[in-house]
Ligand binder design. Sequence first.
Ligand code: SF4
Length: 300
Amino acid sequence: MKLVFGPVNSRRFGLSLGVDLSPFTKQCNFDCVYCELSPKKPMIAQNQVVEVDEILKQINDTLKSGVEFDFLTLTANGEPSLYPHLKELILSLKKSLKNKKILILSNGTAVLDENKFNTLLLFDVVKFSLDSAIQKTFYRIDRALKEINLELLIKKMADFQRTFKGELVMEILVVKGLNDNEKEFLALNKALAKIKPLRVDISSIDRPPAYAVKRVSEERLNELATLINSVPVLIAKRTYNKQSLEFSKEELLKSLHLRPQSELDINALFSDKSKQNLELLIKEEKIKILDLAGIKFYKA
Ligand code: SF4
């Protein structure tokens, strides 16, 4: 059973070597409508568990082949924090991978369990999902186990960030007709203001989903992103044609003061003249460059 895959060059987290902590079948406490895996009743714990030694052996074999990567990413067919030996695994990985960052792509529910909460504190980078801050929509999109309380989840995510020494990134996946409206994004903005992650990544469906739901356009993602002003936003999978937006130095200062923007978005959207103006402002030390979990952001 192959547990290690890649490395893949991910726009959001650089060159990443992936590890699958649920190789046999989907094991998740959510059953998201947009999941790229087939629908399955959510579960509280894994019942098919791969041995830690087998995971470590496969990672070591891959390392011996001299493969280059920036992040080791723990993921799963399902929710990786349901893996029962996660603490043992991360402690071993931290010893053997001293120069690499270790990332977990989680739906965030680990924060509801004290042991898992403490285990996630050992990671360098943690990604949590939050598709809605409104209970009814949260259950409609994520189809979570009913004992998962959204209000508590948001509170615990905020507690986690207060204690965490690494980098926390949040992710919102937008589904047409469910969370693609102003009310949802105003509620998400409030929740993110409480959680205070380094950045939030916004995307829509890009692979065939588990249920009959639809993606939203990138133009709509951009509109919704303007409703988030509590944390820097990255439109995670931008694919549409390049634009040539013109901004004077004053306009750049104003807009980057209100909302920092990623290098990726600036490259896709700004005209050459706007980019030159940005360079001038950086030289004049009026704009700062921030590294937010591996993505460059510009902030006035
Ligand atoms: S949390 Fe991830 S794996 Fe689980 S149902 Fe949602 S998309 Fe699928």
